[in-house]
Design a protein around this ligand. Structure first.
Ligand code: GLU
Length: 467
């Protein structure tokens, strides 16, 4: 079996796109390469008294903008190639949605299920300590966030470790995806899934694309299969369902569920939480081999787990017309090429899962400004809208219902502002991708890379290259 090289796949996408651009080769080579990669090993004292060596990485792909930004992954797949590839994707992702960050990524090679909470805390704190020691972390340097296998708790431990080592007014901005009462952002946890939803909604509103696929416009009635019911997959599925789509399949570790009538994902999530497995869910049909679900009939397939899920081995059996890359790199280069050969729409990761880093950007801005979004203006907005309504009532000589007035006059909470920023970002970026796609007569992935490379190259050209 050929060895899968994730970074090579990312660079092939880069090369395909850069061929359309008039950027000098040396600069393209600079943009493509990882600026720095740090591989650290440290000992963990296990609860049973034994000692184990833990491997961790952090890679900064680009610092054309500061800070560099990207998640921290806990998984057995973690290695230098994977982290470099994911860091590169962060550079392009931030660029596609115009977030002023460079790209980075980190990871620790562990199967988190094998460790107690105390052990995970010790791993996280020690890993953070090592990053700080080498200046690989800080609000203006490199800002980690959650990724596969990590969440709010790990981010809180990272923040606390940073605070204990660095005395700075801005220390809250050293990591994003924190719990809300530790400087986290309302709506951050669901942001990647919410962004996937906005992206798919945009994609399904383009009539020419839907006509080409033989589908109607809109999400209503679309049959969706989701791979991975983690944070990204779960929230994406929930928002799609709220908008009238049917989640006909869910693939998880250890099996999948198929139900043409649509799966209640909240119920399924609850079942997985309670029993620790997707097995035994009382609705729909249980499918033993989760990867079979990817190949089942549906309109939209949303791989929301790990990279390299659709490859030359299964791509020709995939029937979905739209593939929404909620995960990073779920299609290998070969997988992409096979699917592209038939009427299909592949919505690329560097656009579709950018909702997470977009919300991270909002969180970072909030941390540096030391004030929650909406705190200053919410009441003012409410009061002025109420005054406007009162003036209208007087003019027309009729009264609104009390509940109605409250609803109209309601000032935005932090969550509403975040949601609006996310919608604006994802919608505007999709239009940009469609423009690039028609301008260069290419596919959406190449269009996304073209847009990303152009912006990064411009940044380097305007800043000059440090001698
Ligand atoms: N891990 C997420 C991603 O791959 C979020 C990164 C961030 O917020 O910095 O995009």
């Amino acid at each position: 079996m050929p060895k899968y090289e994730f970074f090579r796949t990312v660079n092939e996408n880069f090369d395909r796109a850069s061929a359309f651009l008039d950027v000098e080769k040396g600069l393209l080579d600079q943009i493509k390469s990882c600026s720095s990669t740090y591989h650290v090993t440290f000992p963990l004292r296990r609860d049973d008294g034994s000692v184990e060596v833990i491997h961790g990485w952090r890679s900064v792909h680009s610092s054309h903008k500061s800070p560099a930004k990207g998640g921290t992954r806990y998984a057995m797949t973690v290695n230098e190639d994977e982290i470099n590839a994911l860091a590169a994707l962060m550079t392009y992702k931030c660029s596609v949605v115009s977030i002023p960050f460079g790209g980075a990524k980190g990871g620790v090679r562990i199967d988190r299920e094998r460790y107690s909470r105390g052990e995970l805390e010790r791993i996280t704190r020690r890993y953070t300590f090592e990053l700080i020691k080498k200046n690989f972390m800080g609000p203006g340097v490199d800002v980690p966030a959650p990724d596969y296998g990590t969440g709010e708790q790990e981010m809180a431990w990272m923040l606390d470790t940073y605070r204990s080592m660095v005395d700075s007014l801005d220390s809250e901005g050293c990591v994003t995806g924190k719990p809300t009462h530790q400087g986290g952002l309302a709506g951050r946890a669901e942001a990647t899934g919410r962004g996937v939803f906005f992206g798919l909604r945009e994609a399904c509103s383009v009539k020419e694309d839907m006509d080409m696929l033989g589908l109607s416009t809109g999400l209503d009635g679309k049959r969706v299969i989701v791979q991975g019911l983690g944070k990204v997959g779960y929230h994406a599925a929930s928002f799609l369902r709220e908008s009238g789509a049917f989640i006909t399949g869910v693939a998880e570790l250890g099996g999948g569920i198929y139900d043409e009538k649509g799966i209640d994902v909240a119920l399924l999530k609850e079942h997985i939480k309670e029993t620790g497995s997707i097995r035994g869910f009382t609705f729909g049909k249980f499918i033993d081999r989760a990867d079979e679900l990817l190949e089942m009939e549906c309109d939209i397939l949303v791989p929301a787990a790990l990279e390299n899920q659709i490859t030359e081995k299964n791509a020709h059996r995939i029937k979905a017309k739209i593939i929404g890359e909620a995960a990073n790199g779920p299609l290998s280069g070969e997988g992409h090429a096979i699917i592209k050969n038939r009427p299909s729409l592949i919505i690329p990761d560097i656009y579709l899962n950018a909702g997470g880093v977009t919300a991270s950007y909002f969180e970072w801005v909030k941390n540096l400004s030391h004030i929650r979004f909406g705190r200053m203006g919410r009441r003012y907005e409410e009061n002025s809208t109420s005054r406007l309504i009162a003036a209208i009532e007087e003019r027309i000589g009729a009264k609104f219902e009390t509940g109605e007035i409250e609803d109209i006059a309601k000032g935005p909470q932090e969550k509403d502002i975040v949601d609006s920023g996310l919608e604006e970002t994802m919608t505007t970026a999709y239009q940009l991708l469609c423009d690039e796609r028609s301008r260069y007569n290419t596919d959406l992935r190449t269009a996304a890379y073209i847009s990303a490379i152009r912006k990064v190259a411009l940044s380097y050209e305007q800043l000059g290259i440090f001698p």
